[in-house]
Design a binder for this molecule. Structure first.
Ligand code: HQG
Length: 181
């Protein structure tokens, strides 16, 4: 099954481009980029051989646009979601007035008390779309949505970024800006 094979490869790419490049002997630069040639060679060495055409197809069709090529096509990086230290170089942006966070019901009480924390990632991930936020929450169980008063956060000096694939990112969301939907 081609679709399933692609999903497996995409997961493995996420693993090495966001979390564990050393797993296949890869290094990422400060902004998270790595040469495509090197990635393909090291994937092959690790038993995950992939053609450039197949990689192009994964980057093009990834449901969440997880990866991007540099303008010259020679380098690749993950658009967001890293746990290794990278500086994506995203400019601060004014967010929409309201953003959403999808989580799992069992986290709700803790979040309303402590606020949203970035955990293992570099930022808290927020969405403009209820559909997307619901899907994010559903990864771990029953999905619940939280409304984030992004306008007030922004006015109060909290900084927001938007990743190349449209995810809104911020450092933390204190409980005062959160309400259950
Ligand atoms: C929760 C996937 C208790 C938070 C998705 C979340 C997204 C708290 C979990 C992207 C908490 C962290 C990000 C607190 C936060 N108490 N629980 N104080 N603060 N949490 O995976 O937002 O497939 O790091 O609600 O689709 O779930 O990787 O973040 O449930 O876009 O491309 O702690 O990851 O995209 O989980 O997901 P995560 P997330 P990819």
């Amino acid at each position: 099954n081609n679709g399933r094979q692609q999903a497996t490869t995409s997961k493995f790419l996420s693993l090495v481009l966001r979390h564990q490049p050393a797993l296949i002997g890869l290094t990422l630069d400060d902004a998270g980029w790595t040469p495509v040639d090197e990635l393909l060679a090291k994937l092959a060495d690790a038993g995950h051989a992939l053609s450039r055409e197949a990689l192009d197809e994964i980057v093009r069709s990834s449901d969440k646009q997880r990866f991007a090529f540099s303008d010259d096509g020679h380098r690749i990086r993950a658009n967001q979601g890293h746990s290794v230290p990278v500086d994506l170089g995203l400019p601060p942006l004014e967010p929409p007035a309201v953003l959403l966070h999808g989580t799992t019901r069992r986290f709700l009480a803790s979040i309303l008390e402590q606020g949203l924390a970035k955990r293992a990632r570099h930022h808290v991930h927020l969405s403009e779309s209820a559909l997307t936020a619901t899907a994010v929450g559903a990864r771990r169980g029953e999905s619940v949505l939280l409304k984030v008063d992004a306008a007030r956060m922004h006015a109060d000096g909290h900084v927001f970024y938007r990743s190349a694939n449209g995810v809104w990112l911020t450092d933390a969301v204190p409980p005062a800006y959160l309400s259950p939907l």
